[in-house]
Design a protein around this ligand. Structure first.
Ligand SMILES: Cc1cc2nc3c(=O)[nH]c(=O)nc-3n(C[C@H](O)[C@H](O)[C@H](O)COP(=O)(O)OP(=O)(O)OC[C@H]3O[C@@H](n4cnc5c(N)ncnc54)[C@H](O)[C@@H]3O)c2cc1C
Length: 595
């Protein structure tokens, strides 16, 4: 009993599907959002599901499997959409690479695997904004747990006190595990005991993340776990009602009729390349867009769903006037603060420089799934708030509430900067500071009506004054962290770029010169209440003003969670799958009206 994986549209043996998922629908489908939904829906043998992915399979690609090789998957690779941003005014006009995964599993097949859910207040705000109590933290805990199986650390070290098993799942499809131990663990945790400002947090996935704690990652047995490996492939192996079509680029969704004047969108157009044959399929029940926060708004706009006036200017027939499509984009900017060290231990810096050592580590990974290759980019992660009465909040505090941080520290036992040159000698310690509750808003808009042209991506970093002010405070905090007595013999100085930034103005200039993105776009198809005049999707994730069309991916967050965004996306996709499968009390039934 198994589903089928097709590599070309002409190979499809069926033309009849209840649900067509244009990647990311989670649990037995592709991308994070798409994979989860496909997996869950395929548990019902009475419905047929087709998942369409633009990219190739995730299988047999070594850097996709080996955690430490994750950074080699972008930019400009065959598995990356290779988007770039507009020149960022807040970053002195810099154009940033903007990777997104283009293979089965989507960005979860190329990401850095950090596993963070966000805070209680993040989800309670989502519930408030959407008017649906089902999106609140307490209501979502069962879905959070249903994603995960918590596993022991890859090196077998005792993880008691590093994670709270009671907040985790024990039988979900995706494995969450702790990294191997490294010598700097003792220093970072020591600093939490010496400096009140940086308390230790046993488990940052409990809803109250404030503090510094051990990082958790989507890694199973030293190998990347993704929506492809955890959701799609197991569903294909178990259920014959799921088909996956690879190498097929969805061009747009099509209006297939209307009910009482409401347009029905159950058609999907796709092609293998720009000049190839265009195929069309209709879903009996729904089309689910799970193409991620860049491609989902692009597909909606190409389908005539967006700001009607602007669509007409572009030459696209406007069908549904939803001005918020592609607007309100949010992302997390980061600055990598590098410190020189006196380290006498082998670190990832040595592996980066020494190809013989790297080859030995890879051999060790291949034979035993142990060693440095099982590590991702962080050992510890910290989540902190600027004090509430700070003058930088004169125009309001952008965080979701007291359990939500303003900034994050990602600790790396090595040189972890993408916009600075890796020196030939020396060992380093990096405190990446990321702005996790930003007030800036950007956009995704069409560059042309050609679905194969990349859209215009503008995260608009640091356009809100409070954002650069929080980043400045975060950078200062990184200095205070490494000034803890426990680091005295270890940190020997600051990397020159950081060292030169001393006054507030210099620190802000340093941030604008060296900031890049954590790659967490959201908000471009934002959820709002059923009766709201703004927003793109309803609380059940159906697209407003349509029948038969839903979005399940990271674009639906109206506010960016103060977290790395894969876990939040798996979580919303789990609930979405449950809403779809149960046809709940929500007005989902409209989607079943005959066309
Ligand atoms: C390099 C990188 C590192 C990251 N690191 C982390 C991390 O450590 N921790 C974390 O929590 N998050 C991380 N993220 C973010 C995280 O991976 C995303 O938030 C998450 O994958 C979003 O899921 P999604 O379903 O919205 O979109 P995606 O996972 O991007 O899936 C979208 C899917 O749709 C497909 N698609 C797009 N357009 C079309 C089309 N027209 N036709 C057919 N298919 C299409 C894509 O190929 C892809 O498979 C990282 C992201 C990147 C890119």
């Amino acid at each position: 009993v198994n589903g089928a994986l097709y590599t070309h549209p002409t190979h499809l043996t069926s033309k009849s599907y209840d649900y067509i998922i244009c990647l990311t629908f989670s649990r037995r489908s592709a991308g994070v959002g798409g994979g989860v939904v496909a997996h869950r829906l395929s548990e019902n043998p009475d419905i047929r599901i087709l998942l369409i992915e633009a990219g190739p399979s995730n299988e047999g690609i070594l850097p996709v499997q080996v955690p430490l090789l994750c950074t080699s998957l972008n930019p400009d690779t065959a598995y990356d959409w290779n988007y770039t941003t507009t020149p960022q005014t807040g970053l002195n006009g810099t154009v940033l690479d903007y990777p997104r995964g283009r293979l089965l599993g989507g960005s979860s097949s190329i990401n850095y695997m950090l596993w963070t859910r966000g805070s209680r207040d993040d989800y309670d705000r989502l519930a408030r904004v959407s008017g649906d109590a089902g999106w609140a933290w307490d209501a979502l805990v069962p879905f959070m747990k249903s994603v995960e199986t918590l596993a022991p650390a890859v090196d077998g070290h005792n993880i008691s006190g590093e994670v709270d098993p009671s907040v985790h799942g024990t039988s979900g499809p995706l494995t969450v595990s702790m990294s191997m131990s490294v010598p700097t663990d003792r220093l970072v945790i020591g600093a939490t005991q010496q400096l009140e400002e940086f308390p230790f947090v046993e488990d940052m996935n409990s809803g109250s993340p404030i503090g510094m704690g051990y990082g958790q990652s989507s890694i199973r047995n030293g190998t990347r776990d993704s929506s492809a490996t955890a959701y799609i492939q197991p569903a294909l192996a178990r259920h014959k009602n799921l088909d996956v079509l690879l190498n097929s680029h969805v061009l747009r969704v099509l209006k297939t009729g209307s009910v009482n004047g409401v347009p029905v969108f159950r058609g999907v157009q796709f092609a293998t390349s720009a000049n190839a044959t265009v195929f069309t399929l209709n879903a009996a029940r729904e089309v689910i867009l799970s193409a991620g926060a860049i491609a989902t708004p692009q597909l909606l706009l190409l389908s005539g769903i967006g700001n009607s006036a602007r669509l007409k200017e572009t030459g696209i027939r406007a069908i549904v006037d939803l001005p918020d499509v592609g607007q309100h984009m949010q992302d997390h900017p980061l600055v990598a603060n590098i410190f020189n060290t006196s380290s006498q231990d082998i670190t990832t810096d040595d592996i980066q420089r020494n190809s013989t050592l790297a080859a030995e580590e890879l051999t060790q990974w291949q034979t035993s799934r142990k060693g440095f290759m099982t590590m991702t980019i962080a050992t510890q992660i910290g989540w902190f708030r600027v004090r509430d009465n700070s003058s930088i909040f004169a125009r309001g505090d952008p965080s979701a509430g007291p359990t939500s941080p303003h900034y994050e520290m990602i600790i790396s036992d090595g040189f972890a900067a993408s916009r600075e040159t890796f020196p030939n000698t020396g060992r380093f310690f990096t405190v990446v500071t990321a702005l996790v509750s930003p007030a800036s808003r950007g956009s995704v808009t069409l560059a042309s009506t050609n679905p194969f042209d990349n859209p215009i991506v503008d995260p608009n970093f640091f356009s809100a004054p409070v954002d650069i002010a929080i980043m400045r405070e975060a950078i200062k905090a990184s200095r205070r962290l490494v000034s803890a007595p426990v680091f005295a013999d270890y940190i020997t100085g600051e990397f020159p770029l950081l060292a030169a930034a001393q006054t507030d103005a210099e620190i802000e200039a340093y941030a604008r010169s060296y900031a890049t993105t954590v790659l967490h776009p959201v908000g471009t198809a934002a959820m709002s209440a059923f009766n709201a005049s703004n927003g793109v999707v309803n609380p059940d994730l159906t697209v407003k003003g349509t029948i038969g069309l839903r979005v399940v991916d990271s674009s639906i967050f109206p506010f960016i969670p103060a977290a790395h965004t894969q876990a939040p996306t798996y979580i919303i996709a789990e609930r979405a799958a449950s809403i779809i499968a149960s046809h709940g009390s929500v007005p989902f039934t409209e989607s079943f009206l005959p066309v």
